[in-house]
Design a binder for this molecule. Structure first.
Ligand code: 2P0
Length: 333
């Protein structure tokens, strides 16, 4: 095969990944757990081109020659080494996530790229091997390979650091976009800063492993309340350790805190709602399918809301969705 296309979705971590033990090998300091979403897909095609002297990358309809291209090309180098094939490739990628959703596209992006590129270069990777490969592109992409709920085992080397499925109750996340602007500090940069400067970082790492063990037990037991409690407290611990960096980094805004307060008010009124937030000001509320509309209505005054649930893992597409439309400026599907 000389071309392949794949689709993958972002994920929201309920036990967060924040910090690397080994940046070159992309090994996390601790394990994490997430829900892969049923929305905001990234679709990516990879065409090998024996005559090309370099890779090329079209992202959301525009030729990219900057940082995203460089990261994509470095990732393709890994795939070429695995496949023993040094042909260059043309990569076309489209994110459904509106920038305004505030969802990072690196998880869905590298999960889709790992699958499309490995197939185009003739590698037949199982779910675990694909998860390990996606990890090399972006930590959170490790989990986006997996459908539904995923645990990413920190591992102690490349072979043992992968994500796998975990059974959990059917839940929903109400995404509240309080601020659609770009984040001030990238996750990668802020993670590095936290690990290097926070006096609380060792406790963050050890307590995350404890939270993951408790979360795994709560998922197996189908204990939604416990899943929610761990989700919210672990998110706040992550923001606390980030804020304890030097210079400090603070992702939560006053409007984000108001949504955490809204979650508490909902719980006091007997509604299931637990808040979490990633490296930005937007907040997701974890709830049940039956209560999702109630939660969404209750927080609609805080920003745009969208209800999402567990979605599929990375999957190959039978046809190239960009066929004949691989140039910058071409209309996208
Ligand atoms: C997570 N985040 O577990 C955490 C929670 C953001 C907050 O993974 O450097 O883009 O590519 O491994 O995966 C965002 O960081 O960072 C992230 P790299 P990534 O989802």
């Amino acid at each position: 095969m000389t071309h392949a296309a794949a689709r993958a979705h972002p994920n929201i971590a309920l036990v967060k990944y924040w910090g690397k033990r080994d940046e070159a090998a992309m090994l996390p300091a601790a394990g994490s757990m997430s829900m892969t979403l049923d929305a905001f897909a990234t679709t990516t095609s990879v065409h090998l081109d024996a005559s090309a002297e370099s890779d090329s990358f079209v992202l959301n309809g525009a030729e990219d020659t900057g940082g995203a291209f460089a990261r994509t090309s470095r990732f393709l180098d890994l795939v070429r080494t695995l496949a023993g094939d040094d042909r260059r490739a043309r990569v076309v990628s489209h994110n459904e996530a509106p920038t305004a959703a505030g969802l990072a596209s690196s998880a869905s992006g590298f999960a889709a790229l790992a699958l499309a590129a490995s197939a185009a270069y003739g590698l037949d990777l199982d779910e675990r091997a694909l998860s390990r490969l996606a990890r090399r592109g972006s930590g959170s992409a490790t989990r986006s390979v997996i459908p539904g709920y995923a645990v990413w085992h920190a591992g102690d080397d490349d072979a043992s650091s992968y994500a796998e499925r975990i059974e959990a109750p059917d839940l929903r996340l109400v995404i509240v976009t309080v601020d659609a602007g770009p984040k001030a500090v990238s996750s990668r940069e802020a993670m590095r800063l936290t690990a290097e400067t926070s006096p609380f970082y060792p406790a963050w790492v050890s307590s995350t492993e404890e939270s993951l063990a408790e979360m795994t037990a709560a998922c197996r037991a189908g204990d939604v309340t416990r899943i929610g409690e761990i989700t919210e407290s672990h998110a706040l611990r992550m923001h606390a350790v980030i804020a304890s960096s030097l210079p400090p980094v603070r992702y939560l805004a006053p409007r984000s805190i108001a949504v955490f307060d809204a979650a508490l008010a909902l719980r006091e009124a007997g509604v299931t709602a637990w808040a979490t937030a990633d490296a930005g000001p937007n907040v997701c509320l974890l709830t049940t399918p039956a209560e999702a509309e109630t939660v969404a209505a209750a927080v609609s005054g805080h920003g745009a809301v969208r209800i999402v649930g567990p979605g599929p893992g990375a999957a190959l597409l039978p046809e190239d969705p960009f066929a004949g439309r691989t140039r910058a400026g071409d209309a996208l599907p």
